[in-house]
Design a protein around this ligand. Sequence first.
Ligand code: GRF
Length: 225
Amino acid sequence: MTTTTRDADAPIHPRAPAAYLRVGVLASGRGTNLQALLDRSCDPDFPARVVAVVSDRPEAAALERGRRAGVPVASFPRRAFRSRTEQEEAIVSFLREQRVELVVLAGYVPILGPTMLNAFPERIINIHPSLLPAFGGTLHAQAEALRYGVKISGCTVHLVTSEVDAGPIILQRAVPVHEDDTEETLAERILAEEHIALPEAVRLIAEGRVVVEGRRVRILPAKEV
Ligand code: GRF
């Protein structure tokens, strides 16, 4: 894949009107966020398509979801490689074979290293189940939010940088925390919003409406594109 230099205030991933943004999804688990993207990909008006699914866990349900949707899938378990770099090189070459333009981390557990980050600069996004910067850098964000006693939580879609869960925020959706919530009920309420937020972020990127200005992300109105 070629990398082009863009003007500082140019949107990322500007699209020709008829073209679909080619999305590769990395997932370690059940893959409901992947499923939300696959479902949206069935809509001819949705400007992106999932064209590759990758996992670090061969048994991940996400891979089966990809297979069922007829998308090329591949697993790259860490133990099969001598180093994280070699594992990521294999992932990058698979994603390039599928001509992936945007990488989506949807419940992907490994922390990305420079090989992935440099292969897709400003083209990797992640979904996290909290309102960042609160409760970042953990796989138990919902439990921590509950324990802390926040009254509002939610989810965040952000660009991935070398700092875990700290890249520029593309969008967030909030949910109330109820008095009788358990980790499971809160996680379920947040997950429903994740399934809206992630496809929405992908759509905005595909429409060329996401402009990164340092830490801040500006969303261009539809009419300016
Ligand atoms: C989601 O809560 C996501 O925010 C987090 O991992 C979970 C993945 O869920 N990063 P699923 O595999 O998409 O169902």
